[in-house]
Design a protein around this ligand. Structure first.
Ligand code: PMP
Length: 446
């Protein structure tokens, strides 16, 4: 194991930057009154998999900037793709016209997604990719003259984003109960925390096939729920039931897409017969460079929207920056690099090492409940002694002092290291994590 870095102790520019930050910036999912006191870092630049703050301190980005970065920050090849596209055009609207690099990226994407005869509707955020998928699924049945299909089946513990539609499909939590009156009702069966989730979902599909527009799942990993994991056979079972009963299947791969689980898309684990009708992509699609998301639909769905110009079968939906040219240029180069650099092979090797390190240093510790992993997506369930111990927060704060950036989901510490992480770096991450857990555990024994 490598030696963990010495904890950062000096106070200098960081505090001032945090104060300036809090006086004008409203950070998402953040209580701003507690912001400055929680010692946030203010990033100035990055090199590879490390971010560097305004004081020049380096941190290994073990959450890939909230799951978006894949190959690293400031990757010369990706930088060059953006700069090259800047020399042509940064953005033109896709409403009514096309853009060369968007066509090129859509072709490259359509060739690798497990969706039949794929067509791509671009947007900018993962939640909007989900929102679009829900609206497309709903209108698909209308366009086919089968208006009874108005319900969605979504899973317990699901998270699909923060817009009102995506929030409706999600199972709530994260303090969002306040918005419950705005959420549309869905049919919900248990999530991956229940061993029989797939049987329950299949039974529900069978019972409600005539009313369902679609089933939506996060294939293999329910990320925001704390990395709850499913077995590929269970996904296959649900996919087969959707096909059999004629219900659309939406796979939300915003978190799992682009290599995180060791395959390009998590849906691929369920076998070649598993063909989502719609797929939602975001986060890693540009390697973490620029906001881009996509709703990918099958040729059959796309065909249901063909009709007279300005007619009612048109999909009346589109976002100003959807399919941004700079974002598509970097996304195209990113997809090429994943193949050229054989990135998925690295994910497999590093994920195996990560699993064995976690087994040796984290699993079985008295402060730890369960550890769940699929590829380079990991959730470490802490088992605090009870009360408002904020263990998740405190463990991540200790890790930050030791030069590793983590962010908890409640008392689950999430690890989502970049796909290009080296074996040495993964050793550092686990060593820092284990040390941080130990320190917090010891503090609460006193
Ligand atoms: N779907 C899933 C599965 C997600 O994990 C997330 C974000 N964590 C979203 C959708 C929403 O994506 P965004 O934050 O880009 O809107």
């Amino acid at each position: 194991m490598t030696t963990p870095r010495t904890p950062h102790q000096t106070v200098s520019d960081a505090g001032q930057w945090a104060a300036r930050d809090a006086s004008v910036v409203w950070h998402g999912f953040t209580q701003m009154a507690a912001y400055v006191g929680s010692s946030p870092i203010t990033v100035e630049r990055a090199e590879g998999r490390e971010v560097i703050d305004v004081d020049g301190r380096r941190y290994f980005d073990a959450i890939s900037s909230l799951w978006v970065m894949t190959l690293g920050h400031h990757v010369p090849e990706l930088d060059a793709a953006v700069i090259d596209q800047l020399g042509r055009v940064a953005h033109t609207t896709l409403l009514g016209n096309g853009n060369r690099v968007v066509v090129e990226f859509a072709e490259a994407l359509a060739a690798v997604v497990p969706v039949d005869d794929a067509h791509v509707l671009f947007a900018s955020d993962g939640a909007v990719a989900v929102e679009q998928a829900a609206k497309i699924a709903f209108q698909y049945w209308m366009n086919r003259g089968q208006p009874g299909h108005t319900q969605f089946l979504a899973l317990g513990d699901a998270y699909h984003g923060d817009t009102v539609g995506a929030l409706s499909l999600g199972d709530g939590g994260f303090g969002t109960e306040l918005f419950d009156p705005l959420r549309f009702p869905v049919i919900r069966t248990p999530g991956y925390a229940s061993p029989d989730w797939a049987d329950k979902a299949v039974a529900c599909v069978e019972a409600n096939a005539e009313e369902l527009a679609a089933v939506i799942i996060e294939p293999l990993v329910q990320g925001a729920a704390g990395m709850l994991v499913a077995e590929p056979e269970d996904l296959a079972k649900l996919g087969a039931a959707c096909r059999h009963y004629g219900v659309l299947l939406i796979c939300d791969e915003v978190a799992t897409g682009f290599g995180r689980t060791g395959k390009l898309f998590a849906s691929e684990w369920a076998g070649s017969d598993f063909r989502p009708d719609l797929m939602c992509l975001g986060k890693g699609i540009t390697g973490g460079y620029l906001p881009l998301s996509a709703t990918v639909v099958s040729g059959e769905i796309f065909a249901a929207f063909e009709g007279a110009d300005l007619g009612e079968k048109t999909f009346y939906h589109g976002h100003s920056y959807g399919g941004n040219a700079l974002a598509c240029a970097v996304a195209l180069r990113h997809l090429q690099l994943i193949h050229q650099w054989d990135v998925l092979a690295n994910v497999t090797v590093v994920a195996d090492r990560l699993a064995s390190l976690l087994r040796d240093h984290v699993v079985g510790r008295p402060e730890v409940g369960a550890v769940r992993q699929r590829g380079l997506m990991v959730g470490v369930d802490l088992d605090p002694p009870g009360g408002a111990t904020r263990w998740g927060r405190r463990v991540c704060a200790e890790a930050q002092k030791r030069g590793v950036l983590l962010r908890p989901l409640g008392d689950v510490v999430v690890l989502m290291p970049p796909l290009t992480t080296t074996l040495e770096e993964i050793e550092l991450v686990v060593e820092v994590l284990a040390a941080s857990i130990r320190v917090v555990g010891e503090q609460d024994q006193r």
